[in-house]
Write a protein that binds this ligand. Structure first.
Ligand code: FES
Length: 255
């Protein structure tokens, strides 16, 4: 059930180029927040910014009721967030959207493939998988060395391969190039990143079972405005904010 929450910033730190890690203290239990879900943040205290910003959840420290998000400054809204200080308040809707259905899946090995700001939700997922005894291999792609983050955090959970588009760190190329090079064995794959990357991943792994999470600019974030629709393979459509952001890899058609 989505609720409105008044969160307190406990930490806000730049961790890579234009990339910030923020810890948000919740007054209520965080136990209902699942990997893949997002929080929908109001920008500012007035009504200058009408649209909230959807930001994926990178981790949750349930014992301290801390929600961790990682965001990139791409415009006015995220620029505003990057300047907020410890103790400042954030108005958010949470937890929003669907999650990776890991409780329904039986697996020993999982392959995680993330790109850019699609990497954060895979971290919370990786922790949950490792807690369930699943071994995790992560392939993470970034544009360039200065944008790489959370490599050590993922390494603490399993094998990690990093790719940069310009070859300035790790493998030179795309996440799919690493996949082709290492050919890992796995039971399910889970991927999050920009749509061109997801198109490449779902094509490369089209005969494998997996789940993808879409990053899209949203409007209402709660299924009311149709700003985030995309076609589904059953001939209908899906709202990313409500039916997603996590979908079975064969459920939707990526434009
Ligand atoms: Fe309004 Fe999805 S953002 S329906």
């Amino acid at each position: 059930m989505i609720r409105k929450a008044n969160l307190t910033i406990a930490h806000n730190e730049k961790i890579a180029k234009s990339t910030f890690l923020m810890h948000l203290l919740s007054e209520e239990s965080t136990l209902d927040i699942q990997p893949g879900q997002f929080i929908h943040i109001k920008i500012g205290q007035d009504h200058t910014h009408m649209l909230r910003r959807p930001i994926s959840i990178a981790d949750v420290d349930h014992s301290n009721q801390i929600i961790k998000i990682i965001f990139k400054t791409v415009g006015e809204g995220t620029g505003y967030l990057s300047k907020q200080k410890t103790g400042d308040k954030i108005d958010a809707l949470l937890p929003c959207g669907s999650s990776y259905p890991i409780d329904k899946l039986t697996m020993k090995h999982a392959l995680l493939i993330g790109g850019g700001i699609g990497v954060p939700p895979l971290y919370y997922l990786a922790k949950q998988l490792v807690n369930r005894g699943v071994s995790v291999t992560s392939i993470l792609g970034f544009q360039t060395a200065s944008q790489v983050f959370f490599e050590e955090e993922f390494q603490a959970l399993g094998k990690v391969y990093i790719a940069t588009n310009d070859g300035s760190y790790g493998y030179s190329g795309f996440v799919t190039d690493i996949y082709q090079a290492i050919q890992p064995s796995f039971d399910y794959y889970f991927s999050c990143g920009p749509t061109p990357m997801l198109k490449g991943v779902t094509k490369e792994l089209e005969d494998k079972p997996g789940y993808i999470s879409l990053e899209e600019r949203m409007g209402c974030g709660v299924g009311a405005c149709f700003a985030c629709v995309l076609p589904s393979r059953d001939g209908g459509y899906k709202k990313i904010c409500q039916h997603g952001p996590v979908f079975d890899a064969n459920e939707v058609i990526l434009a």
